[in-house]
Ligand binder design. Structure first.
Ligand code: GTP
Length: 235
């Protein structure tokens, strides 16, 4: 199979690592995802990953906690996930580098754009941790920002649901799957593809977002090879 893209960002939600438990890191799940990311990297695609932290901590769960503090706690959660993912990926035999937006140099490299790009050119997978390093910004926004910075052609947004629907498929059995959307449609209809900051950044920089389900980890390779699964958001 020939890949359609040269350099991509994979946005993995923290929940994707939790498996059916819904919390924490499930060893079997992270292993399975890592093997599929390895397969994808062996297609010759340069892969950077932005990982969320919702399986450990969500800013919005922090009732009574100052929003900025809750967000910093979430950024630390993404570092825990990034280290787990680095370890699982390394066990598959690929080279991985973690870079953090918040300096914690005993744990990982700091985020340096040109170094990240050099790692990718050398075939290493780069995991971006601790979001943008700023409260009030999501890891979806991080994916959009890093994609623009490192010239990624697309954001592959791996979710629990296999595509974007016109209503919540868990609540409405007649919910219709949407194949294509424009950025403006996502914003106007308030669809939960990404938050509005992230979608706006993608729109301004013309970065397509491909939403697909990780229920089958094979899907990572399929979308990289241009198979029409999930939903594409573009101009
Ligand atoms: P090249 O420049 O291509 O040789 O890349 P490299 O990443 O192999 O070289 P480098 O010597 O920069 O890094 C070697 C190892 O140290 C890698 O696993 C890096 O992730 C890690 N490393 C590099 N800089 C830092 C840092 O500031 N903090 C931590 N904790 N690890 C680092």
């Amino acid at each position: 199979m020939l890949p359609k893209y040269k350099r991509v960002i994979i946005k993995l939600s923290g929940e994707a690592l939790a498996g059916d438990k819904g919390f924490g890191i499930d060893p079997g799940t992270i292993k399975e995802i890592s093997h599929k990311i390895k397969d994808a990297s062996e297609l010759g695609v340069e892969i950077a990953i932005v990982v969320g932290g919702g399986n450990i901590w969500r800013g919005r769960d922090g009732e009574g906690i100052d929003r900025a503090t809750a967000d910093y706690m979430g950024m630390l959660a993404t570092v825990i996930n990034a280290l787990a993912l680095q370890d699982a990926l390394e066990h598959t035999g690929v080279d991985v580098r973690v870079q953090t937006a918040i300096d914690m140099k005993e744990i990982a490299e700091p985020y340096i754009r040109r170094k990240a790009m050099r790692h990718l050119e050398k075939g290493r997978i780069v995991i971006f941790a601790s979001g943008t390093g700023n409260p009030y910004f999501s890891t979806d926004t991080t994916a959009a920002l890093r994609a623009a910075e490192i010239d990624a052609e697309v954001i592959l947004s791996a979710k629990k649901v296999d595509a974007v629907y016109d209503s919540d498929p868990k609540l409405n059995p007649n919910a219709k799957k949407i194949d294509k959307l424009t950025y403006i449609e996502v914003l106007n209809k308030g669809l939960k593809v990404m938050d509005s900051t992230a979608i706006s950044l993608c729109m301004d920089n013309n970065i397509p977002v491909l939403v697909f389900g990780l229920d089958n980890p094979e899907n990572i390779v399929k979308v990289l090879c241009g198979e029409n699964i999930g939903t594409i958001v573009k101009e």
